[in-house]
Structures are given as structure tokens and as C-alpha cells.
Design a protein around this ligand. Structure first.
Ligand SMILES: Nc1ncnc2c1ncn2[C@@H]1O[C@H](COP(=O)(O)OP(=O)(O)OP(=O)(O)O)[C@@H](O)[C@H]1O
Ligand SMILES: [Mg+2]
Length: 419
């Protein structure tokens, strides 16, 4: 007999209080930049004794970042001037070391578009929903700290810099290691990139709901010993939005995304420690809506990857359709369907398992009829029949093996008990 989809034991949509996440915040970007400074601890202040040009760290950093800052400071203290570069919409400067070689990119917070101080006069540039201009340095640093070398985000931190080119005061912003001899990914055919590079950047972008992954924000490095190309993700000022509706991935239709994740990629995803990440992101100064959106995207990534979905499948669930951009993404639907539930995260996780099982069943059908595709895209409660039901019980055991810690709550078991 065909099993119906599990019915929910309560109508969550109308239950209890509105969820205290994903609403608009108004707060000062300047405060957001400065608050972690005190929390994390300042080095010696950038006082008069430091001369007309110098810098100071705004946080305690990894050794590789410390080495970068030392080189940046040496160049500044010799008086080598930061140079504004024409690419990009923000005020982006190359910093040089003592030998006058490019060493880092500096993006002052008060020059992000649409700020009035933006030297490229992009004061009217539309900003992303759920991202407050001026917070870019926090987001750039967050991407580096979340990535920790996995996808290759170059060492990045927040610095306060003084130099006559910036006038009498100091500028606060992100500093990222300069990648020598690179070109934008858009200058190459996507098929030239390795599957591992594309998957790793994709995993980072899904977790962080990157709203700005266009092909100019991936650099290509020609590895000297071979003709192999290495992709390097840059420009993370628009990651971790407080609203999940504007994720944008240029890699979404690259062929590598349709290949399965490798065992080490699956292991990496299963090991992502969401609670530890959120603790770090909160300390950096990200607001609670961004943290909630991070958790949603990462829970979806974990469940979908463990179930055997591809990066392409997952990217499609996270992004809105290019054709119908006013329609919410599957991720947004999940959040909406779980809204008001107590506990929200149990419901969100259970609904995600359901949706992933339905997608998996659909993917394993020989050729879904247009009518079935329509039903599948009709929402989480759409009828998907016996295949989804079978897929769901397989998924339960696969998920348990792949990521037992995801299932410490009973919600997944409860929802399956009804099948
Ligand atoms: N770490 C880096 N190493 C080398 N070049 C870099 C690095 N970061 C940025 N660039 C160069 O500077 C340009 C502008 O930087 P970035 O993309 O970060 O700024 P942006 O103003 O935010 O751009 P966008 O218009 O994409 O929003 C890049 O397109 C790239 O050419
Ligand atoms: Mg850019």
C-alpha cells in the first residue's frame, strides 16, 4: 500500500509565537565594526609614536595572518602609499610590503558602496537584502575563519590603517593577502577548473549564502609546475546575509557541480560544527538573523549531501530561480514552513529531511513527467508517492550513519514514525 507523506502532529504555521529571527535590524555598521575590537582585545593603540603611516590589528589572529600584518605594517611604516585599483565597485586598495611588492588588498569600511565616501561614486549601488553596508570587513574575516583553508580563502583580517592618502584620520577595513599573477575566473572556460576546486568553493558559498559569487570573485592561478589552474575565492563582503533570499552562485550551472561529492568532501561537510561556527561568528559581530540563516543553510547542506544530492541540487534549493526571482527558494520555503514552531530547529530539520527525500526520489525516477515535476515544486507537502516514502526510510539510515550528531533530537524519528 502506498504510504502517505507524514502528517504533522500540530499545525506549526499557526502555533505559538513568531520566530525571533530573520527580521530587519537597524544598527550602526560602525558599532558593528568596533564592538569586536574591545571584545577581542586591542594591541598597542595606533598613537602618535607610530608615525604618519602604520596599522594595528583589530583582533587576535592566526600566525599566517600575523605574518601578513607584519609585512603590511613594514610597507606602511616606510611610507609606501596604498594604491586604489580600478576593478570592483568598492574602494579597494593594494598595500605593499617594504620591498614595494603587492602584499594585500585593503577595503575600508566607509568606502563600500553605497557609502558617500566610495571613491568610485557608486553611492547609488543597490545593496543586498539583509546586509548592512559597512559590515564588509566582518564578513570578509568571517569567510576566512569559516573556511580555514578548505576552499582557499586567502588570509583575511580587520585592520585600522593610517596613511596620508586616507587623510588625517584612520581607516578601518578588511585586509586580505594579495594573490600574485592571478586572473578572474571569467576569463576562462569553466570546464578548465578542477571538480575539487568547484566543490570546495560551492560548499563555502552554500554555507555562507554568498550573494556575490560572480566569476570576477574567483581568481585563477596558473600553478607553476603544471598547466593546472587553481581557483581562489575572494570578495566575501556579501556573505552571511540576515535574509536567505539573494544567494547567487555563478558556478551553479558549471558541469562539475553535477558530479557527486567525493568521500573527503562528504566527511568535511559531516564534520562542520555549526554551534562552534556560530559562537565564532557571534564574537565577530554578526547579528542573530545572519547566524540563523547560516544554521539553516548548513543544516540543509549536511542533510542533502549525506543523502547523495549533488552541489547542483543543493545550489538550486538555496538560490531563487533566475526566471522567477520573486518566488522564494526552497530554503526560504523551509524556513517559512517551520516558522512559529517550537522547537523551530527540530521542525526545520525534519522538513528538510522530507524535502531532500522527495528530491532524491525525483532524481532517481527514470524521467519525471511534467505533472510530477510540478507537484514536486509545489512545496514540501506536495504528494510524491511511494518512491519518496522509500527514499525517506533509506535516507533516515544513511543520515544516521553519515552524521549521527544531526539527530540528537527526536524530531526526525517522530516525523518518520507517521510514514
Ligand atoms: N586577494 C586578492 N588578490 C589579488 N587581487 C585581488 C584580491 N582581492 C581583490 N583583488 C582584485 O581587486 C578587485 C576588486 O576586489 P573585490 O572584488 O574584493 O572588490 P569589490 O569592490 O567588492 O568588487 P565587486 O564589484 O565584485 O563587488 C578584484 O576583482 C580583483 O581583481
Ligand atoms: Mg569583486
Amino acid at each position: 500500500m502506498t504510504s502517505p507523506l507524514p502528517t504533522r502532529t500540530h499545525n506549526c504555521r499557526r502555533a505559538i509565537s513568531p520566530r525571533p529571527h530573520l527580521h530587519h535590524h537597524t544598527y550602526s555598521p560602525q558599532l558593528a565594526i568596533l564592538s569586536p575590537v574591545n571584545e577581542i582585545g586591542l594591541r598597542s593603540p595606533l598613537g602618535g609614536e607610530a608615525g604618519p603611516s602604520s596599522c594595528r590589528s583589530l583582533r587576535k589572529d592566526t600566525p599566517e595572518v600575523e605574518r601578513l600584518v607584519t609585512r603590511v605594517r613594514a610597507g606602511l611604516e616606510l611610507g609606501v602609499a596604498p594604491k586604489l585599483i580600478p576593478e570592483g565597485e568598492g574602494g579597494t586598495y593594494v598595500l605593499f610590503d617594504a620591498a614595494k611588492r603587492p602584499v594585500a588588498i585593503f577595503k575600508p569600511s566607509d568606502e563600500e558602496p553605497p557609502s558617500l565616501n566610495n571613491p568610485k561614486k557608486h553611492a547609488e549601488s543597490p545593496s543586498r537584502k539583509g546586509i548592512i553596508p559597512g559590515d564588509g570587513a566582518i564578513r570578509e574575516t568571517a569567510a576566512y575563519l569559516l573556511d580555514r583553508g578548505w576552499a582557499g580563502v586567502p588570509p583575511t583580517t580587520m585592520l585600522e590603517i593610517r596613511h596620508p592618502v586616507f587623510g588625517p584620520g584612520c581607516k578601518v577595513g578588511s585586509v586580505q593577502e594579495w594573490i600574485h599573477d592571478s586572473e578572474a575566473a571569467g576569463s576562462y572556460g569553466a570546464s578548465l577548473f578542477s571538480t575539487a576546486d568547484v566543490h570546495r568553493i560551492g560548499i563555502l558559498d552554500v554555507r555562507t549564502l554568498n550573494t556575490d559569487r560572480h566569476d570576477g570573485n574567483m581568481l585563477v592561478l596558473r600553478q607553476s609546475e603544471s598547466s593546472r589552474l587553481k581557483l581562489i575565492p575572494i570578495d566575501h563582503g556579501f556573505v552571511l546575509p540576515a535574509e536567505p533570499g539573494e544567494a547567487f552562485f555563478d558556478w551553479l550551472n558549471w558541469p562539475q557541480t553535477r558530479l557527486p561529492f567525493s568521500p573527503d568532501e562528504l566527511e568535511y561537510i559531516a564534520r562542520i560544527d555549526i554551534d562552534a561556527d556560530i559562537k565564532m561568528l557571534r564574537k565577530l559581530g554578526l547579528n542573530s538573523d545572519s547566524l540563523a540563516a547560516y544554521r539553516m543553510a548548513t543544516v540543509l547542506l549536511k542533510i542533502a549531501a549525506a543523502a547523495g544530492l549533488t552541489l547542483h541540487d543543493i545550489g538550486e534549493m538555496v538560490c531563487r530561480s533566475a526566471t522567477y526571482s520573486d518566488r522564494p527558494s526552497a530554503l526560504e520555503d523551509l524556513a517559512e514552513d517551520a516558522r512559529g514552531c517550537e522547537p523551530f530547529w527540530d521542525e526545520f530539520e525534519a522538513l528538510t529531511v522530507e524535502l531532500v527525500a522527495a528530491r532524491k526520489a525525483a532524481a532517481s525516477l527514470p524521467k519525471p513527467s511534467p505533472a510530477a515535476s510540478l507537484r514536486l515544486s509545489g512545496g514540501i507537502g506536495a504528494s510524491v508517492g511511494v518512491n519518496a516514502s522509500t527514499a525517506k526510510s533509506q535516507l533516515r539510515s544513511e543520515l544516521h550513519m553519515a552524521s549521527p550528531s544531526m539527530h540528537k533530537s527526536s524530531s526526525v524519528e517522530t516525523i518518520f514514525a507517521a510514514v
